[in-house]
Structures are given as C-alpha cells and as structure tokens.
Design a protein around this ligand. Structure first.
Ligand SMILES: [Zn+2]
Length: 120
C-alpha cells in the first residue's frame, strides 16, 4: 500500500506493507514504533488520539515538509507532535501527518485519516 495527499494526489509514502499489532511495535523511547517498510493502523491502545491512523517509519515518508505553524513544532530533542499535525504536503501544504520523533516516545509518522488517500 501507499499513501498520498487527498487534495493534490502527491505521493507521501514509499510502498509499505500493512502489519498487525502482533508484528508491531516498539514502545521504547527513541526507537521506531514500526519497522521500516511497514504500516500499522493504530488501534488506539497506545496513542488514543491517533486511533485508525496509519503509522509509518520516518524513513518511509516522502514529500512531507514541516508546517509553518510554529506552535505545532514543539519538542525536546525533535518534534513531539503533541500540538496537532506538524507535517504538510510539500505540494499543496495540506496538513497530512504528525511527526512523533522526540526523545521521550517511540518514533513514528502518523497520517491524518481524513487528509490522505490509501492505495493498495
Ligand atoms: Zn497535497
């Protein structure tokens, strides 16, 4: 499967394989929540706010850039994503994902369910 922008169609991920929670997940701080090459539909147990959103490894996302809304860019060592979506489509600037990359959490790129299209 791959993820693209709902508004302009720009591709936002490499080809990734959907996985289940059996295969996931590292919940260790600073480690990858999902392995490179895979995608996990968050079930809400770990990140309730992102229930049903696709979580990818940060190395599998493309054509994303940081939002210009500075209050979304908080974090200690990197983005914490606690203030809402902090990544936008590089083409049309639609808010498409939340980068969760800070030192006190597992790392993931979490896509906004309403703003992306999934192709299989
Ligand atoms: Zn777009």
């Amino acid at each position: 499967m791959r993820i693209s922008c709902k508004k302009c169609g720009t591709r936002l991920s490499k080809d990734v394989e959907p996985i289940t929670s059996k295969h996931v997940l590292s919940r260790e701080d600073g480690s990858d929540y999902v392995a490179e090459g895979s995608a996990f539909k968050e079930e809400g147990q770990f990140w309730p706010r992102h229930k049903d959103c696709w979580c990818l490894n940060k190395r599998d996302v493309i054509n994303l850039t940081k939002t210009s809304r500075l209050h979304r860019l908080n974090g200690c060592c990197d983005l914490d994503g606690c203030d809402g979506p902090n990544m936008v489509c590089a083409t049309c600037r639609l808010e498409v994902a939340t980068a969760k990359l800070d030192c006190w959490m597992p790392h993931a790129m979490v896509f906004e369910i309403g703003n992306v299209k999934i192709a299989t």
